[in-house]
Design a protein around this ligand. Structure first.
Ligand SMILES: Cc1cc2nc3c(=O)[nH]c(=O)nc-3n(C[C@H](O)[C@H](O)[C@H](O)COP(=O)(O)O)c2cc1C
Length: 306
């Protein structure tokens, strides 16, 4: 068998391979995006613009991001996905139009919320998130991916409603960065912990479940994709692409080539001619997946021998 075909389709776009550069400092600069493209990344997701910037009438961040989209579109041949971080309808929707006007091929809406208001119930939060998706969908005509957190109590239901509200793709899952305490100064400080491969498990479970439930929705796996093993697992549960941030921040763009080569070798060894052939082989609807994605697996671990 020849070299496996790594091409894939994501958000209606034909991509050369299944690994894209996630929103991170690596996609802040044209030079590093060019390195990522040369290494085999099949699309780039730019760092997010935040709804707080729009509320503060912060136009410089928008101008800078519009300029980055234009530069990236001018110099790269892979798709450029702009990103917005917002959780409720607001003036930031104008940002969506501006980013698409600058040439972004698609938009990613990051629904990152920490709802600490004791009077706000989960249903209310979900309604706001769905309204935010609808608002962006109305504002732009390019494909829309929605980056979800893993903290919804009924992920399948919310995912389906997000698709009904206009999401063409779902990105699972957002990584939450919580503050740490400095024990010497008793100060809270922002802590950045890059991921490890085990951080992928939750996304694997939910992509495995959602692949069967939302067969025509694009699914992207983010968190813990550090080697060909995680990229391959993402494909096997049914992801159309995997996204990487921590690995390229630690090892540089070369990590992308390594992951693609390892996945290509795995596909060859296991007689898969293409990524499409392997996709979903371990999803919940497959004979090998099924109940292990749900409570049964938890019981096996908890009750297992120690
Ligand atoms: C320093 C840093 C900045 C990030 N900035 C963004 C951002 O602006 N928007 C976003 O949606 N995700 C952002 N992310 C999250 C990544 O895109 C990615 O989803 C997450 O890091 C998990 O992937 P990983 O395990 O490959 O790091 C950021 C991550 C890091 C480490």
């Amino acid at each position: 068998m020849g070299t496996p075909d790594l091409s894939t389709r994501y958000l209606g776009m034909d991509l050369s391979g299944p690994l894209i550069a996630s929103s991170s400092p690596m996609t802040r600069h044209l030079e590093t995006m060019q390195e990522l493209e040369a290494a085999g990344a099949s699309a780039v997701v730019l760092p997010s613009l935040f709804e707080e910037d729009a509320r503060a009438s912060e136009s410089t961040s928008l101008e800078a991001r519009v300029a980055l989209v234009k530069q990236a579109k001018d110099q790269l041949s892979i798709p450029v996905i702009a990103s917005l971080n917002a959780t409720r309808p607001g003036t930031w929707q104008d940002y969506a139009e501006a980013l698409v006007g600058a040439g972004a091929d698609a938009l990613e809406l990051n629904l990152y919320a920490v709802t600490a208001d004791i009077s706000i119930a989960s249903a209310e939060v979900e309604m706001e998130h769905l309204a935010a998706i609808e608002a962006v969908k109305i504002a732009v005509e390019v494909p829309l991916a929605v980056k979800l957190s893993s903290y919804y109590s009924a992920i399948s239901s919310f995912a389906a409603r997000a698709v009904d509200a206009g999401a063409d793709g779902l990105v699972l899952f957002n990584r939450f960065y919580a503050a740490d305490i400095d024990l010497n100064t008793l100060q809270l400080h922002a802590a950045l912990d890059l991921s490890i491969p085990a951080d992928q498990r939750l996304a694997l479970r939910w992509i495995g479940i959602l692949r069967a439930q939302l067969p025509t929705t694009s699914l992207a796996c983010t968190s813990g994709v550090h080697s060909g093993a995680e990229l391959t697992k993402a494909i096997l549960v049914g992801a159309d692409v995997a996204c990487t941030a921590s690995a390229v921040m630690q090892r540089g763009a070369g990590a992308v080539t390594e992951m693609l080569n390892e996945t290509s070798a795995w596909l060859s060894e296991h007689d898969f001619a293409s990524v499409s052939e392997a996709r979903g082989k371990m999803s919940a609807s497959s004979s090998r997946g099924s109940a292990v994605y749900e409570r049964a697996q938890y019981l096996d671990v908890i009750k297992g021998e120690w």
